[in-house]
Design a protein around this ligand. Structure first.
Ligand SMILES: Cc1cc2nc3c(=O)[nH]c(=O)nc-3n(C[C@H](O)[C@H](O)[C@H](O)COP(=O)(O)OP(=O)(O)OC[C@H]3O[C@@H](n4cnc5c(N)ncnc54)[C@H](O)[C@@H]3O)c2cc1C
Length: 461
């Protein structure tokens, strides 16, 4: 009888777990994947995909408004939230089914149940069965933080519930200043809700380039979103269908929904990590791993959001693939976590890769900044009051482009291609040598010739 029931037991059927299971099965491993909710995980079921579908639909409002300047007369449009939610649900169900088919086709077996560790090689399923596994991969992802237990916290929804609201709120208060909070602010505003964003810091998008933060805030405010910074929600009252949020600055705001998007925590609780000896990273609360995603236990690996490194789907997928190749493909692979492009699907969008100006100035002695803000061509006829931001952060000594930051339509699509150039260590001279594609917004990236700022750090005396 075999010593182990399976070669690999994957806890979590999300982006990372599914990729790891399929690749490991392809390498000949006997694989079992446990998923307690729905296959596909956060990204497919209540993250990137439904979010982007909602974003795409929310843009239609501005498209219709902009059409008049191009000569179109559009009869008064109307929008039906339940239709959007039902169509989104259909697409998510289709994707979930595709995930299940693809995992099963690879030869891995799915068990639709919660699994926890009882030891380094032993898993207990919620069905009562136990499974002996040679290797274990923890890919349990993360979940929304609810923050402090303020009075009325039970009335507050997270992004999970926002995807399935029965009706579009006329007014919504969203607490949070990160990408999820802002994306939902733009989604709801796009469909016609009156949106207030409350954020405790001094400006939205902490950790992003300072110019991006300032520019996006201005654009969101022009879109009619109210942004209150330097305050928090301290209590929420419910009266019938309406809520009153009390803020730390003494004011209160009435709305039909209150949503918090104030961060996410790794799913590490009640997983049996202590029984198995898996250590938590004290710096971020995620599972501690090395460059190969190996935990403190030699046969247990962890990938994706549960490690709280860079919480993005393509990163979880990369880490899952690298794990499977390393352990079952006899090809040790480390994931390079540098220069990962990322977007905020706000309206307008943000696309960014590499260092912010602030990070570059802390790292390099010489930093050149190339920055342009301009009115996009479309806005000239639509009359929309919007401006686009393009910014390059360059290491002044090597001429290498260290960061690129864009706010405006198409920013996410543009930044994906810029990230390739940066991965190839493109210099500003390489950008300059590239002929512009006219008329586009992206041509600005290869036509900014003169630095708008030059920072030179004096050597400490
Ligand atoms: C609203 C929102 C928008 C997002 N937008 C983007 C975006 O635009 N781009 C992007 O790159 N990323 C985005 N993300 C982040 C992205 O969804 C995550 O980084 C990604 O899903 C992480 O994959 P994962 O495999 O680590 O975990 P998940 O996809 O979270 O999968 C973990 C799975 O494990 C299951 N599970 C947990 N515990 C157990 C257990 N004990 N037993 C069995 N199953 C268990 C869970 O049910 C879940 O299905 C978004 C996230 C949110 C919330």
């Amino acid at each position: 009888m075999a010593e182990f029931d399976v070669d690999l037991f994957v806890i979590g059927g999300g982006s990372g777990g599914v990729r790891a299971a399929r690749i490991a099965a392809g390498h000949g491993a006997r694989v079992m994947v446990a998923e307690e909710y729905r296959m596909g995980g956060t990204c497919v079921i209540r993250g990137c995909v439904p979010k982007k579908l909602f974003v795409l639909g929310s843009h239609v409002r501005n498209e219709i408004a902009d059409a008049a300047g191009f000569g179109w007369t559009i009869p008064t449009p109307s929008f039906d939230w339940p239709t959007l939610v039902a169509n989104k649900d259909k697409e998510i169900a289709r994707l979930e089914a595709a995930y299940i088919t693809n995992v099963e086709k690879s030869g891995a077996r799915i068990v639709k149940t919660r699994a926890v560790l009882e030891g380094a090689h032993r898993l207990r399923l919620a069905t009562g069965e136990t499974v002996a596994a040679k290797y274990v991969l923890i890919a349990t992802g993360g979940a929304p933080n609810h923050g402090a237990m303020i009075p009325g916290i039970e009335h507050v929804i997270s992004s999970n519930e926002a995807f399935n609201l029965k009706k579009l709120p006329k007014r919504i208060l969203i607490q949070g200043g990160g990408y999820i909070a802002l994306e939902f602010a733009c989604i709801f505003a796009g469909y016609g809700s009156d949106v207030t964003v409350v954020y405790r810091g001094d400006n939205i998008l902490r950790g992003f380039d300072g110019d991006v933060r300032a520019h996006l805030r201005g654009e969101l405010e022009k879109e009619g979103i109210t942004i209150l910074t330097g305050c928090t929600v301290t209590a929420v009252d419910k009266h019938g269908e309406e809520f009153t949020s009390h803020l730390s600055n003494g004011s209160s705001i009435a709305s039909d929904q209150v949503m918090f998007a104030i961060g996410r925590h790794p799913n590490v609780a009640n997983l049996g990590l202590e029984q198995a000896g898996v250590a938590i990273n004290p710096a971020n609360g995620g599972i501690m791993v090395d460059h190969f995603s190996l935990t403190s236990v030699p046969n247990i690996y962890a990938i994706g959001d549960v490690t709280h490194r860079i919480n993005l789907t393509p990163v979880a997928i990369r880490e899952g693939h690298a794990f499977a190749d390393t352990v079952f493909g006899k090809r040790p692979v480390q994931v390079d976590h540098r220069d990962i492009p990322t977007a905020v699907f706000s309206q307008p969008e943000v696309g960014t890769v590499g260092l912010t100006e602030e990070e570059a100035r802390a790292r390099f002695s010489h930093v050149d900044i190339y920055k342009a803000t301009f009115r996009p061509l479309k806005a000239t006829l639509s009359g929309r009051d919007t401006r686009m931001l393009m910014k390059l952060v360059v290491d002044g000594l090597t001429d290498q482009v260290a960061g690129c930051h864009i706010v405006g339509d198409g920013a996410a699509e543009i930044i994906q291609a810029v990230a390739i150039a940066m991965k190839m260590k493109a210099t500003k001279a390489d950008f300059d040598a590239t002929v512009a594609l006219h008329p586009t917004a992206a041509e600005e990236l290869v036509t900014m010739r003169t630095p708008t700022a030059r920072h030179v750090r004096q050597a400490a005396e």
